[in-house]
Design a binder for this molecule. Structure first.
Ligand SMILES: NC(=O)C1=CN([C@@H]2O[C@H](COP(=O)(O)OP(=O)(O)OC[C@H]3O[C@@H](n4cnc5c(N)ncnc54)[C@H](OP(=O)(O)O)[C@@H]3O)[C@@H](O)[C@H]2O)C=CC1
Ligand SMILES: CC(=O)N[C@@H](CCC(=O)OP(=O)(O)O)C(=O)O
Length: 319
């Protein structure tokens, strides 16, 4: 028998991508709300409580409201918003976070799906904290280059109305230094203080790369590009969607070329790069913000929760 799945927010950016992933799967029965009733609270409550898995692809406040409508103890909620990502009653939906995380995702009925920038940051930082190479109080900073679909329907409409001179250049944002992903970066990254985080949106639909610069002298003794690369290779060796790129990979030698932020688009893969030399390092993780950064991750979490192969319906691509 197929699992019943409902997407609340089925006509938003993340919801549409989720529906794409789920349509055609014989192990899933997709419950659809009539488009005109998609904001009807009673109809949403009925569908939410009829589902084995209910995805919430809504703004934070609407997610909180939707979660409060669920009283069926059998319904697992996977919420795409920022509302519950540091809530101790919710499981953080990043299977690669730690060895025990998959068990939490299998048994939990409340799963908070990751933030796109945050998950890239955490996948870079957490293995180094756990290995003792990166001191938890290191004054971390990070920047992220992201496609405009990260801003949902509103930002997509702004860019698609026509990219004039202003939108044609990259646009730094969240310059108040309090981006909404900082709490989850800090908690799940295992760092002692919030990083200085600079996201930059560019004139392309999707693709994201988070970069963290490091001074080798401020890391634990023995730290080097090779030692850090080895930590990642060991940590992510059995991960189906993590690809640790070769240290001396010519294709990505930045002295000769340009980095492709869109290299993981339309996949659920995350590529991890270690750049630099004896004194300074630059760590980069790229993904599709709508894939591993949102809808792909949500499907991976659903598969795990339902006891299916976690890669069902997802692609690693050929990169
Ligand atoms: N875009 C991305 O890359 C990522 C987004 N997220 C998160 O996923 C969530 C959805 O984002 P995104 O898809 O980009 O947003 P969109 O703005 O594209 O879509 C939001 C959806 O929510 C619906 N909605 C809004 N308010 C209500 C309400 N009060 N009741 C019922 N439905 C409502 C909208 O309905 P309607 O169709 O009527 O407009 C729309 O379908 C957000 O919390 C976002 O932070 C997470 C990771 C990445
Ligand atoms: C370009 C853009 O605006 N991107 C969004 C990130 C979207 C995302 O990861 O998700 P959540 O909204 O679920 O946290 C931002 O930086 O706020």
């Amino acid at each position: 028998m197929a699992f019943r799945v409902y997407v609340d927010g089925q006509e938003g950016t993340t919801g549409l991508r989720l529906i794409d992933y789920l349509t055609g799967r014989s192990d899933i029965e997709l419950l659809r709300i009539d488009s005109e009733r998609r904001r009807d609270r009673d109809e949403r409550a009925r569908l939410l409580n009829s589902a084995d898995v209910a995805f919430l692809c809504l703004p934070d406040d609407a997610s909180r409201e939707a979660a409060s409508l669920v009283d069926n103890p059998g319904t697992c909620i996977i919420d795409a918003s920022t509302a519950f990502r540091t809530d101790p009653d919710w499981v953080y939906g990043l299977p690669e976070l730690a060895p025990e995380q998959r068990d939490h995702i299998r048994t939990g009925k409340r799963i908070a799906n990751v933030g796109c920038h945050a998950s890239a940051f955490i996948l870079l930082v957490r293995p180094l904290i756990d290995a003792g190479v990166l001191p938890p109080d290191y004054p971390l900073s990070a920047f992220s280059l992201t496609g405009y679909s990260g801003g949902g329907k509103r930002l997509i409409a702004e860019y698609e109305a026509g990219i004039g001179e202003q939108l044609a250049s990259p646009r730094p944002y969240a310059l108040g230094m309090s981006h909404k992903h900082l709490p989850e970066m800090r908690l799940h990254g295992g760092v002692a203080r919030d990083p200085v985080f600079n996201p930059v949106v560019g004139p392309f639909l999707k693709g994201l790369a988070v970069t963290i610069p490091l001074h080798v002298a401020d890391l634990a003794p023995g730290a080097s590009a090779r030692a850090i690369h080895d930590i990642y290779r060991r940590r992510y060796a059995d991960e189906p969607f993590m690809q640790v790129m070769a240290l001396d990979d010519d294709e990505h030698n930045l002295d000769r070329g340009f980095f492709d932020v869109q290299g993981c688009n339309d996949t659920n893969r995350a590529d991890l790069f270690v750049f630099g030399g004896a004194e300074r390092l630059s760590l980069t993780l790229r993904m599709d913000n709508l894939g591993k950064g949102a809808a792909g991750a949500a499907v991976q979490n659903m598969n795990l929760h339902l006891g299916l192969d976690e890669a069902t319906g997802l692609t690693r691509g050929s990169g």
